[in-house]
Unconditional design. Structure first.
Length: 146
């Protein structure tokens, strides 16, 4: 081929590249776009989500402040990151389940598990001698009334 056709070839290739660039990225092979990865949560934030309710539930009289929880969370988050450098991603489902359980059950742990029985009414024979028994239907409300 002659050298005069090469510029036409270069022009066509440049035009084709411009068309491809205007079309955007190539779609995935199965036609379904890949899901975006979930936002990464810092380990210290996960630790804080456990420590905050944990202190409030197990030791409310300690009154652990939010600043103290954040300091502990940062320290223990660094330790967890050291021993689990890939993060706790493999445990995300378990951590979410534990947090949901703690949120539901936690406030109820200080409550009695069974409802208190209704107070028993004393019979007139067991009443306090200084107390006037309630009037029965058909009786007058006062012993002085005749």
């Amino acid at each position: 081929m002659s050298s005069s056709s090469e510029p036409e070839h270069d022009d066509a290739k440049a035009e084709w590249d411009a068309i491809e660039a205007s079309m955007g990225p190539e779609p995935p092979p199965n036609g379904v776009p890949a899901p975006e990865p979930p936002p990464e949560i810092k380990t210290a934030e996960l630790v804080a989500q456990v420590l905050g309710p944990g202190f409030a539930l197990l030791a409310p009289a300690w009154r652990v402040s939010q600043d103290e929880i954040e300091a502990l969370s940062e320290a223990y988050g660094a330790v967890i990151d050291k021993y689990f450098p890939g993060g706790l991603g493999a445990f995300g489902v378990e951590i979410s389940a534990a947090l949901a359980t703690l949120a539901v059950i936690g406030p109820r742990l200080a409550m009695p598990r069974k409802a208190a029985p209704p107070p028993a009414q004393a019979s007139p024979d067991q009443a306090d001698p200084g107390q006037v028994p309630p009037a029965q239907p058909g009786e007058s409300k006062s012993m002085l009334e005749g």
